[in-house]
Design a binder for this molecule. Structure first.
Ligand SMILES: Cc1ncc(COP(=O)(O)O)c(C=O)c1O
Length: 307
């Protein structure tokens, strides 16, 4: 395998302005150096919270409704009541972006936890002071070199598992499962992890959804054991709308290694090409389908945000 420089799907161009941003913390906009939460916070102590990653294009948060649908469904599932609705969240995001003079190429990590605890123990009832809400909005332009070069993946022992342990659909603060996968991949000399499902079928990466292109068809996992990614669903919908055969199905590494193209999807990087899996180069380097889907997605974002 030819050498591929080390990358992550969240590689962004350096932007010095991010050192001086204002961060939303529980109703206040505070300088980055002063943006802190309590060491008693349930997110810090237990990973007990939910987050969303959203992107700002032309002053509008792309696919905002879809992100809010997932967030509020997740919060309801773990009984975190933030006492506000999507319109209030939109106000927080817009206020934070405005305070930082951002209208485009910005990325938000919105984090909501069960909040500060009265004692340093697990019981959720100890979070008595209301939820903690933080929005970090940074200037963010995905690295262009990643598009040209692609990312390398290694299959890892860590799986994204069954919904009755910790449902992979939770965008939970605790990402330990994914972090372990990523470490295993890094230690195997790859950029990120390709994680299987409990039956050994190809599932997801540690931070993005995973697709292959085989003989003119686009395949992704069934969706039973991975994040219900907003970008994943948009890609599936775009394929359907543009007569590109797309299948959510079980498949193994056999089909992944022999794919013509492979790519990842996520809000940050949209579609990121995969160069190699387990040291095997994917396809010939011709990424016609990935590029077509990228163009369709770009157009969809344009229509969604009026960008
Ligand atoms: C494990 C995992 N898969 C996939 C995604 C991509 O989801 P989306 O397309 O909604 O950004 C994320 C991002 O939150 C993730 O953490």
């Amino acid at each position: 395998m030819s050498k591929i420089d080390s990358h992550s799907t969240h590689d962004a161009e350096q932007d010095a302005r991010n050192e001086n941003i204002l961060i939303y913390v529980n109703g206040e906009l505070v300088p980055k150096s002063e943006a802190v939460v309590s060491v008693y916070d349930s997110g810090f102590m237990l990973g007990d919270g939910m987050w969303e990653g959203l992107r700002l294009y032309n002053g509008k948060w792309a696919f905002f409704d879809e992100h809010m649908d997932r967030l509020f469904n997740s919060l309801k599932s773990v009984s975190i009541d933030i006492g506000m609705g999507p319109a209030d969240v939109l106000d927080i995001l817009n206020k934070t972006a405005d305070a930082n003079g951002m209208t485009d190429n910005a990325h938000c990590r919105l984090m909501i936890t069960r909040g500060r605890k009265a004692k340093p123990f697990q019981h959720p009832g100890l979070s008595r002071f209301g939820p903690t809400i933080v929005a970090i909005v940074e200037h963010s332009k995905p690295s262009q070199s990643l598009q040209a070069q692609g990312i390398s993946l290694a299959t890892v022992p860590q799986v994204r598992g069954l919904p009755m342990s910790q449902d992979a659909k939770y965008n939970s603060h605790s990402k330990l499962n994914c972090v372990i996968g990523c470490l295993q991949a890094e230690q195997a000399g790859a950029d990120e992890a390709l994680m299987l499902d409990p039956h050994g079928f190809v599932n997801t990466t540690n931070a993005c959804n995973f697709f292959i292109v085989r003989r003119g068809e686009v395949w992704t996992s069934t969706g039973d054991y991975c994040m219900n990614g907003v970008t994943r669903q948009k890609v599936i919908d775009l394929c359907r709308a543009n007569d590109i055969p797309v299948f959510e199905k079980n498949y193994s590494l056999y089909e992944a290694y022999g794919a013509d193209e492979a790519f990842l999807t996520g809000t940050f990087g949209a579609q990121t090409p995969v160069a190699a899996i387990d040291g095997k180069m994917i396809g010939t380097g011709d990424r016609t389908m990935t590029q077509r889907i990228r163009d369709l997605y770009k157009d969809l974002v344009f229509r969604n945000t009026g960008a």
